[in-house]
Design a protein around this ligand. Structure first.
Ligand SMILES: O=C([O-])CC(=O)C(=O)O
Ligand SMILES: [Mg+2]
Length: 543
């Protein structure tokens, strides 16, 4: 599929108009005589592999996507494990940091605070309004664990949407990457002559809130079939915008809900293995979080459903969770704290403030340790050894992204736990051999969830994304492990099966939407599961 856009002028405004969306075959003589598609695919793959640095591979793949989306997506699907880390975490982190240096050609929509009052007009410049189904929207205020990157956050929206296409078969022309430019507080960018964003500090909250209100209203008015994924907003905004808009528009926050769902899923599978080894009931698990930002608290909230699914009350479920932030264990006696941390603040601890993670572990005796702190090395040898002394199979999930901010590496966790660790990380790590056995790290990254969750919500034409739909996506993923994968102690399915996984998740999400009564595509209600699966698969874009 080639989309040819031509600039046209309307009311003094330049717009892009689609003049050809049909596959175009170059006229005779415009290609070399021995050019053919299959060999060209091999040529592109060889070109990719000839590059030494991942950022070069990223740039090459971006240009390939632009020049020939079909080859690009075919390559992604056939080489998921190799290419996902290049177009997504961790390389996308470098692409964001260097966006203003490596920028070639615009992709997606840029809407800045200067457009306040005129956002509808900007949206009308999007060339494929009626096809729009999914948008990933960031304001760049907290990209991965890299901080406030301003307009340099655009590659995160682009990368997530490439995975929607590859992983869930959303059509490329149905995706809209959006970066909102509300300024940046990162001086380095403001001083950089190549920086592509506004040269101003972030606007005050009130102005940002008014902007978001207008943005969401205009998005809904212009794109009636669009689902919105909020991505990498700073913690306070992530919670505030999710709360404010989730009951009015179909949307979810990937960092709070997507990460929550993917970790719940991995935890379900890890807890079974851990309890099988310890003989302790599933309801006895205790989970300690390092990091209490949007992802940390989002995951903690989602993990409560693990205990509730096993019959515990909300109060009992909450009591299984402990949060630690940069100032140590979070408990009521510690003094004032941010609103979003209060729910998990411990009332049963009355001692002095505790900051040392090993000491906190000895006190809490957790079965599982979750890292969402972006503090490299926080899960050091003493931490892992203490977890391993308490648990025959300790659950350790260093979830911070990208790789270099991970709380520990897989080989460290394997070595320090003597091969017993049940491990999942946010970014990919290589497998390890220990005691003659191959051990595989799980990748507890929301990339397993959002493509299928989004696909299900889009196909159901959900008017809102309910908690039950998010939970269904998580349970759908946990159930997607094959017998082979279970035999290898995997916590997540192999990423090569992403389309199958997305189909199962979409089915679970569609059913949950129907149960919640938020589905507007009511024809799907009458279909059997097998029919819905076939329906989902038929609709997938196949490069
Ligand atoms: O993008 C990723 O790899 C996961 C994610 O949402 C984040 O770290 O913010
Ligand atoms: Mg994110």
């Amino acid at each position: 599929m080639t989309i040819v856009l031509t600039p046209v002028w309307s009311n003094g405004v330049q717009k892009l108009k689609v003049i050809s969306a049909a596959p175009t075959k170059p006229a005779h003589g415009l290609l070399p005589p021995a050019h053919n598609d299959a060999i060209h695919y091999q040529r592109c793959l060889a070109q990719l592999r000839s590059k030494d640095r991942n950022i070069e591979k990223y740039i090459y793949l971006s240009q390939l996507k632009d020049a020939d989306p079909s080859i690009f997506y075919r390559m992604c699907l056939a080489n998921m494990a190799e290419i996902t880390p290049l177009i997504y975490t961790p390389t996308v982190g470098d692409a964001c940091l260097q966006f203003s240096q490596i920028f070639r050609r615009p992709e997606g929509l840029f809407i800045s605070i200067k457009d306040k009052g005129n956002i509808g007009k900007i949206l009308r410049n999007w060339p494929r309004i009626s096809e729009a189904r999914i948008s990933v929207v960031t304001d760049g205020s907290r990209i991965l664990g890299l901080g406030d990157l301003g307009v340099n956050g655009m590659p995160i929206s682009i990368g997530k949407l490439s995975l929607y296409v590859a992983g869930a078969g959303i059509r490329p022309e149905s995706t809209i990457p959006i970066c909102l430019d509300l300024g940046t507080d990162t001086q380095k960018f403001l001083d950089d002559p190549l920086y592509l964003g506004l040269r101003q500090k972030r606007v005050p909250t009130k102005e940002a809130d008014e902007f978001m209100e207008e943005f969401m209203q205009e998005m809904a008015a212009h794109f009636p079939k669009l689902l919105i994924q909020f991505e990498d907003f700073s913690t306070d905004k992530a919670f505030a915008y999710l709360d404010r808009f989730r009951h009015r528009y179909p949307l979810f926050n990937d960092d709070i809900q997507g990460t929550g769902a993917v970790v719940l899923s991995g935890f379900i599978n890890a807890a079974k293995l851990s309890s099988a080894a310890s003989g302790r009931p599933l309801t006895d698990h205790r989970i300690l979080f390092l990091g209490a930002g949007s992802a940390g608290v989002g995951v903690a909230m989602q993990l409560m459903s693990f205990f509730k699914l096993h019959g515990l009350s909300t109060e009992e479920a909450r009591s299984r969770i402990y949060l630690v932030d940069s100032q140590g264990l979070i408990f009521d006696g510690r003094g004032p704290m941010a609103e979003h941390k209060k729910y998990f603040s411990r009332t049963d601890y009355q001692g002095p403030p505790m900051t040392d993670l090993t000491e906190i572990i000895k006190l809490v005796r957790p079965t599982a340790l979750m890292g969402l702190s972006t503090t490299k090395g926080a899960f050091n040898q003493s931490v892992i050894q203490t977890m391993s002394a308490l648990n025959p199979r300790p659950i350790v999930f260093p979830l911070s992204n990208p790789v270099r901010l991970s709380e520990c590496e897989f080989h460290e966790a394997v070595e320090w736990s003597q091969g017993r660790v049940l491990f999942a990380s946010g970014s990919p790590f290589p497998e390890e051999e220990y005691g003659g056995k191959m051990l595989y790290p799980g990748q507890g990254n929301n990339m397993y969830i959002f493509p299928g969750l989004g696909l299900g919500a889009i196909l159901a034409r959900a008017s809102a994304v309910t908690d039950s739909m998010v939970e269904a996506s998580s349970l759908g993923l946990a159930d997607a492990l094959t017998a082979d994968e279970r035999a290898d102690d995997l916590l997540y399915p192999r990423v090569e099966r992403i389309r199958e996984i997305s189909t199962e998740i979409a089915l679970a999400v569609i059913r949950a939407a129907q149960k919640a009564g938020v589905d507007r595509s009511t024809d799907l209600r009458k279909m059997s599961d097998a029919e819905v699966r076939a329906f989902v698969q038929e609709r997938m874009y196949n490069p």
